[in-house]
Every structure is written in structure tokens, then in C-alpha cells.
Design a protein around this ligand. Sequence first.
Ligand SMILES: NC(=O)c1ccc[n+]([C@@H]2O[C@H](COP(=O)([O-])OP(=O)(O)OC[C@H]3O[C@@H](n4cnc5c(N)ncnc54)[C@H](OP(=O)(O)O)[C@@H]3O)[C@@H](O)[C@H]2O)c1
Length: 527
Amino acid sequence: MITEEGKNQSEEFTEKVKVPDACVMVIFGASGDLTRRMLIPDLFKVYSEKLLPENFTILGFSRKDLDDESFRDSMKSSVIEFTDKDNFNHDLWDKFEKNIFYMSENYDDQNSYIRLRDKIESLENDKNIKGNRLFYLAVPPDSLSPILKNLAVCGLNVNESKRSWTRIILEKPFGHDLESALKLNKKIRQYFTEDQIYRIDHYLGKESVQNILVTRFANGIFEPIWNRNYVEYVEVTSAESIGIENRGGYYDNAGALRDMVQNHLLQLVGYTAMEPPSSFDSKSIRDESLKVFQSLRPINIDEVEKTVLRGQYTSSKIRGNASEGYREEKDVREHSRTETFIAMKFFIDNWRWGGVPFYIRTGKKLPTRVTEIVIHFKPTPYRLFKSKHDIAESYNMLVIRIQPDEGILVKFAMKVPGTEFKVKNVNMDFHYSDLSGTQLPDAYGKLLIDCMLGDSTLFIREDAVEACWRFIQPILNAWKKYPDIKVYGYPGGSWGPDCADDLIAGRDFKWRYPCKNLSDDGNYCEL
Ligand SMILES: NC(=O)c1ccc[n+]([C@@H]2O[C@H](COP(=O)([O-])OP(=O)(O)OC[C@H]3O[C@@H](n4cnc5c(N)ncnc54)[C@H](OP(=O)(O)O)[C@@H]3O)[C@@H](O)[C@H]2O)c1
């Protein structure tokens, strides 16, 4: 286990915690799932940590018939449900909720936005807020257009004064394919400038994602070997143990490629593979990750069957309990071919990574919940201890664990003490939780504060969204053009179709399996 160094050492780099200026945050779709499960609980948490000013104000905007009081009550119940119930601070909540308001309005009625403007101005006067406005669009994608347009019609898309700001946060999905993403970007840019737009990907708000950059660029030992000369292959795995959880209507039209790969996982690839930025500012960092996306080798539509493997969970028994198959889930089409699992191989055609295969694997109803980036290093040039142990086991690995139990793990070979000459892979394992007094901020809380401070580093820029879609589009085209490309069934609780192993198979290549199969059932089948 690695622990933090002595507290008094002067090597610590600390940026002063900044508290943003007060703003009115308008949440469109405030009656929805995202607001109650993520936004309000995370905002209350950062408020409790004194990271928000006292007069920070929330204004919910939705069609649902609620008033200030019923909205506050409903948000209070959600915060109690989704945070640490036992330590819920009632007095602090009473203070916080005094700045929560609600309007029951229509998204496509211009008069609603005139009332919204009046309400914002009156809140700004009452709370002494200097015209800073944040619009959070927590609505399904189809409802974005009228909101964007009506905000602009009522003049709510521009800064109130030279010293105030107006920003807008958009939720994924940022389009359904390349064409719709281009259209969406065009539509947003019609009304807002790119520096006002914050496209949120909550994965990027995770501490361990930001730490990829610190690990790589604040340490002299990793960067020299972070390239094609020393790295054999790179794996990004994001497993979920749950299924689609009543989101059949959305998921059956999306699938794992759109839901996970196009956004979260390619962003992780961007951070893992990018060149050192010239400075630690938003533009430099986002410029460098964009270059990675632009260097992704285009996938040939006729190669998709060989390099991209899709699967779907079937009914099974997990630890003895019956588990439904995807097609039995509510709101999923009877013969759906939507992928709940994907494994793919690709290359980054640039100087650093030329010839190094990258692999992404993600799926639902896998044995555990884990997201990790695994750098698999090349073996030693000569295998001195070849006969003593499993060769594949001797590869060095650096595992960056994004969730849960954020941390970093290095695997390397050691002699097992004893008279016998036995070599074993051991772990050097760092967990964030080992840092004393460190509380990991929730991703939404962190990102919301960043947005209020005008720091867009962890938000996705227009050009990055488009570059990622450009890479993904041939896969969608292939599945459309060749509908017979197989969808492999895999029992819930397993690590996906066995043939995902063939995709990665090479010179002792294999996926890292952080835990064993939990399924009581046998092999995969073809659907
Ligand atoms: N929930 C999550 O965990 C999560 C995670 C990542 C991203 N997102 C994204 O965040 C956005 C909001 O997610 P959500 O889960 O909160 O969505 P949701 O619960 O389905 O919808 C949020 C609210 O939007 C309003 N709405 C406007 N037009 C609607 C329409 N055509 N159909 C249904 N509701 C409509 C509804 O409020 P009124 O009827 O009261 O107006 C609804 O309560 C989506 O873009 C989603 O993809 C959500």
C-alpha cells in the first residue's frame, strides 16, 4: 500500500479553493430524475462544504404542477434518500431551501420565458445577485430546441452586464449520431457562444480522471515509458453489475456504443493518450485531447465485424438468483438487437501510439461495477524466469481505477520468499481513501462549481464531440448496412461473450478480470 507523504513536507501543490460568485441557476426539467438524484443532492453537499455562496439560488422550471413549497419538500426527500441519511443536517437544509424556487411553465410558450426573466430579475434583486445566470438543461434531447430558442427570444442568452456571465449546461447525449450531433451543435451555436456552453460528462468530474493527468505529468517515472516503445496495449474497461433499470425506452434506442463509448470511454482514452499540454489551462488540455480523437484510425465499415463485438445479456442465475434477460426488460423490443455489451479494438495513428492496440470493453450485468484504465507494459526482452511461472502473469500493469475505490495499482513480479524459486505478480496499491481527511467530491458538485467559476477544462468542446462521433459513425453504419453482424448473448453476471477474449488475443494479450464470473450459466450463445 502506498500512503501519502508526511504532511509537513513542502512538496504539496495546493490550489486555493475558490468559491464562485452567487448566481441564479435555472434547472429546466426540474421535476425529473437527474435533478432529484444528482443535481440537488450534489449541490446541497457542496453548499454544506461551504463551496457555494450563501445566496446561491436555484429556480426549478418544469411543466409539473408544483409550487415552491412542494418542490422544496420533494427535493428534501430526495437529498435524504440519495445522501447520507443519518447525517442529514436539517438546520442547514432549512437555510439552503430558502433559496430554492419553482415555476410550473411550458417549454414552448414564449410567455413562460417572459415570466422566467421577470422571476430571475426579482430574485437577483432580492438576493443581491449581480446578474450571473446558469441554465441547466436537464430535459430529454427532443425538448432542447424550444428552450434554446425561447431563451434567446427573451434576451436571456446574453450576459446581463460586462461584469456578469450567462452560461448553459447541456447533458448527454450530444446527438444520436454524427449528423444529429452536427445539427445540435449548430442549433446551440445559433443562440450561445462556445464559451458559454458547458457540455457535461460527469465521468470527467471524477477525481481519478483528473488524476490521470497528474499521474502522467507530475511524475518523472511514468511519462518516459508512456508510449509505443514500452506499452504493449491499453485497455479501458467499464463494467456495470446492474441492468438497464427501468430505462428500457431510452436504452433500447441508444445501446452501449452511444451510451458509454462515444462519450465517457473515449474521453478516458483522450486523457490517457494525450500529449503533455503546454499549460494546465482549459484550452491547452482540451486541444491536446482533441488531437487524440483526430488521430483515431478510422474504422473501415467492412472491418467492423472483426474489430467491434457486441453482446446482449440473457436470462441467467446470478449467485443462485434468477436474473432477467435484456429482451424481457420493460420497454425493450421483443427482438431487440441493441447491444448491452461492446468490446472493440482500435489504433491511434500518431507518433506516440503508432501500432499500439487500444481496447474498450463495457457492458451491463457484468460481475461487478468497475471502471479502470489498464496500461499493459511490454515484457522484458528475455524471459529469464520463463519456466517458473505463467508468462502472461509477468507483464507489468498500471491500473488506474476510476470507480469504485478510486486509486492506482501497479503490478509487478517478485520472488515469493522461501527455498523454492517462485515468482509471483504482486500489487503496489494506492487507494484515495487512504489519504487522511480527504473526501472525494461528487462529480456533479465539482463540475457545477467549475462551471460557475468559468473553468471549462472538464467539459466537452464542440469539436471533440464531433471528432468522437466521426470515429463512431462507421460502426453504426456497419450495423445498419449488415444487420446480420452477430449480437452475442451472454448470461447476466458473466464477463460478456467469451469471444471478447478472441478480440484481444495476441501475444499473451488478455483482458484484466478484476473478479470472477458470477453467472451459474455456461457459455455465450448467438442471438
Ligand atoms: N438521470 C440520469 O441519471 C442521467 C444521467 C446522465 C444524463 N442524463 C441526461 O439528463 C437529461 C435529463 O435526464 P432525466 O433522467 O432527468 O430525464 P427525465 O426524468 O426523463 O426528464 C426530466 C424532465 O424533463 C421534462 N420533460 C420535458 N420534455 C419532456 C419529454 N418530451 N418527455 C419527458 N419529459 C420531458 C419533464 O418534466 P415536466 O414534465 O415537469 O416538464 C421531466 O421530468 C437527459 O438528457 C438525460 O439523457 C440523465
